[in-house]
Design a protein around this ligand. Structure first.
Ligand code: ADP
Ligand code: ASP
Ligand code: MG
Length: 400
């Protein structure tokens, strides 16, 4: 059972979550708990490090950030103790979570569940601090924003357990219910659809956690810790074969704060663009929405793509070495995506997209399509309108 930041945002909330755990135990289930930092805590800690000039990606920043989950894990163990359950906290290293990769976005490379299992064997409810592990050199590492989802799935995989993600909404919806009240809860969704929604920005689950759940076939459920006990219906994430219903469109996702980079007059020799992308990949910068077109100057091409706003400065440094005539960048953009395994079966997907956005007078900067999604780049300010318009246009609106 994983509890997110809002779910453990105060002592009252921690007590409420402890009661949910106690009820599960009373039903005879063995339980391990994973917790996030209290709501707002990770941002607060990040800004402390930021004031000293250190950001996400720095080794000591990871040590500061991991304190957030340390506190909530111990508080949860205390609250469970008060509700009559023996409980003990485990930091990432105590649960032997081994990581690879850079500070701020490390991956889990190993988890030895023995210490947690032996606590469970003694009838104790272990509470593991999410979002953290230790590198091979015994340095603390965090797992990327939203990383407690990944900690929880990794532990569930190691224990051969189902993973219940308790959050502040009653499951996965057809879009963010905070933007569109007409969004509908999805009863069952496949790993692939969920993966694409998460990758396109639906932050209800961290993308990597869905990847791991799929790879290890961990049954994953998202439900609310705020609902009256036993009343949250939630969403099951499972293999596509086990879902009878076939939707064309699963949902609309959005990612704010994107930046566009345009290289004008890059050499059109095949190696030139490859070198640009190799440099960006080495710096661990994710890119999207690549558009390449011929330049008016012969032997030259124009190349543009998007990155997360927070990666922009790093990306521009990497690109500095290219032979482009000109490098332009633009911020204040957002990506809105329509996701659905059935999109490629529909001829009218683009008509609906352009029609709905034109009606709202929303200008499309770039479009990119794949078999299972179509994304548009628009101004940040237009996100809410675009999400609502597309949600309606693709027939996802439920009763308000
Ligand atoms: P937690 O702190 O529990 O990890 P998050 O804030 O990371 O919670 O994720 C839950 C939030 O995700 C919801 O409050 C909601 O605003 C947002 N969200 C975005 N897209 C969706 C979606 N398709 N379905 C449900 N929630 C979504
Ligand atoms: N506390 C971390 C964050 O805010 C991890 C998590 O909540 O999943 O990103
Ligand atoms: Mg989260």
């Amino acid at each position: 059972m994983k509890f997110g930041g809002t779910s453990v945002g105060s002592l009252d909330r921690i007590r409420a979550c402890a009661a949910i755990v106690a009820a599960e135990r009373a039903r005879g289930e063995a339980v391990a708990v994973v917790v996030s930092a209290m709501a707002g805590e990770t941002d607060r800690l990040l800004s402390l490090a930021g004031n000293l000039g250190f950001g996400l990606g720095d080794e000591e920043t990871d040590v500061v950030l991991s304190a957030g989950e340390q506190i909530s894990a111990a508080l949860m163990a205390m609250a469970l103790g008060q509700s009559g359950l023996a409980s003990r906290s485990f930091l990432g290293w105590q649960a032997r979570i081994r990581t690879e990769g850079p500070p701020g976005s490390a991956r889990i490379s190993g988890l030895d569940a023995a210490p947690i299992q032996s606590a469970m064997g003694e009838g104790c409810v272990p509470v593991m601090a999410g979002f953290q592990g230790a590198s091979i050199n015994e340095r603390l590492r965090t797992l990327g924003r939203g990383g407690t989802d990944l900690s929880a799935v990794a532990l569930a995989a190691a224990l051969g357990a189902q993973c219940d993600i308790y959050t502040d909404v009653d499951g996965v919806f057809t879009t963010d219910p905070r933007i569109e009240p007409k969004a509908r809860r999805i009863d069952r969704i496949s790993y692939d659809e969920m993966l694409e929604l998460a990758a396109q920005g639906a932050k209800v689950l961290q993308t990597r956690s869905v990847e791991l759940a799929k790879a290890r076939s961990v049954p994953l459920r998202v439900l609310s810790s705020f609902a009256e006990q036993g009343k949250s219906e939630g969403t099951m994430i499972m293999q596509a074969e086990d879902i009878a219903e076939r939707r064309i469109v699963s949902g609309i996702a959005y990612a704010r704060d994107q930046a566009r980079i345009a290289l004008r007059g890059l050499s059109s020799e095949p190696g030139a663009a490859a070198a640009v992308f190799a440099g960006l990949a080495d710096a661990d910068i994710g890119i999207d929405m690549i558009v390449q077109s011929p330049s008016s100057e012969s032997g030259r091409a124009n190349l543009e793509f998007t990155v997360d706003r927070r990666d922009l400065d790093k990306a521009l440094v990497c690109i500095g070495e290219s032979d482009a005539r000109d490098v332009l960048s633009e911020t204040g953009l957002a990506k809105v995506s329509v996701v659905g395994l059935g999109l490629n079966r529909r001829a009218d997907v683009a008509r609906i997209l352009y029609g709905a956005l034109a009606k709202q007078k929303i200008a499309i900067r770039t479009v990119s399509t794949s078999e299972i999604k179509i994304s548009v780049l628009i101004e940040n300010d237009a996100v809410e309108n675009a999400v609502r318009a597309l949600h309606a246009a693709y027939g996802l609106d439920g009763a308000a």
